[in-house]
Design a protein around this ligand. Structure first.
Ligand code: COA
Length: 285
């Protein structure tokens, strides 16, 4: 039960913008168009906690066509923290998302480490850590890469499906078409063997996703993206079990700066983590 004057609802545009501003203040460095892509894909993905008509907390609960959910961007306005309201908002979001998913669908999240015990009490189990590496971009352009825009979307989509728990064609199509996105793919013997994108963020760029069949392929794609954004701040979010990916980031001069606990509720479809050199985002999986 919420106290008087408080209510939950689907966010309006200006509220989603405000949540995005709070995310900037938290230092999460959201992508310039991430929120727009997510909301166009799932109109009910962003949930507001309001007092009267004022936004006091929020978070996302994206549903991938009812097959998989992801919770992110959980933030309370600073002056409303520590009063038990965040817990109410989180439980409401979790239950609302469960209600929008098929009964067997899993939910994922990347939570800050100190909140992991709270999420565990809410039914989530730790899978691994996703570590953020960052630095100033520098790399060389590989002769192997092809610009993502020039390859058939169906080919990319088929490859993406092998690296995400459920198909997300419409989402990934919009994600790689964001303004300012740069993307590269590599083919071997006419087969796509890796792709990655860099997108403009509040500060600099983030890489994500970066999927590849081998570290050499990931290196060529990452290096080409870093060459493209040379001199800019860059961040990449790497599943810790992929030690080759951590080493690759280190080789490009990037250092660990932040991290999250990847947690799941339910049985998530397995993905080949050794081929995941960067998750798509901490917010949407
Ligand atoms: C996390 C946040 C949304 C919680 O909102 P809140 O209204 O302060 O939360 P509540 O008072 O309802 O407390 C909820 C739970 O979170 C825990 N918690 C809150 N802040 C915490 C912190 N900094 N470290 C560890 N636990 C914390 C509380 O102990 C409580 O757990 P309990 O009910 O089992 O005791 C709020 O602190 C916030 O906006 N923080 C900055 C953004 C952030 O880190 N979001 C989480 C991303 S995964």
């Amino acid at each position: 039960m919420l106290p008087d004057l408080f209510s939950f609802g689907v966010m309006q545009d200006h509220e989603a913008d405000e949540l995005n501003d709070w995310a900037k203040k938290e230092g999460w460095n959201p992508g310039l168009s991430d929120q727009i892509v997510a909301r166009q894909f799932d109109r009910e993905a962003f949930i507001a906690l309001r007092k009267n008509n004022e936004l006091v907390g929020g978070g996302s609960i994206i549903s991938y066509d009812g097959l998989y959910g992801f919770m992110g961007l959980f933030i309370m306005r600073v002056d409303y923290r520590g009063q038990g309201l965040g817990a109410k908002l989180w439980c409401y979001r979790r239950d609302r998302l469960i209600g929008r998913l098929q009964s067997t669908a899993a939910i994922g999240m990347d939570g800050v480490f100190n909140m992991a015990p709270f999420y565990a009490r809410g039914g989530f189990s730790l899978a691994h850590r996703d570590l953020r590496y960052e630095g100033i971009a520098k790399g060389y352009k590989s002769s192997e890469v092809r610009v993502l825009n020039n390859i058939p979307f169906e080919t990319l989509d088929a490859y993406d499906k092998k690296h995400f728990p459920v198909p997300r064609s419409a989402f990934i199509k919009a994600w790689i078409s964001q303004p300012g996105v740069m993307g590269y793919a590599i083919f071997k013997h006419d087969h796509l063997v890796g792709y990655g994108v860099a997108r403009p963020c509040h500060q600099g760029y983030k890489i994500g996703p970066l999927f590849a069949d081998s570290t050499d392929i990931a290196e060529s794609i990452l290096s080409s993206l870093l060459a493209e954004i040379k001199g800019e701040k860059v961040q990449i979010d790497i599943p810790e079990p992929n030690q080759s990916a951590l080493k690759l980031a280190t080789n490009f001069g990037l250092v660990e700066s932040f991290g999250c606990a990847r947690m799941y509720r339910g049985n998530v479809n397995p993905v080949p983590i050794k081929n995941i050199y960067s998750v798509t985002s901490y917010e949407f999986g």
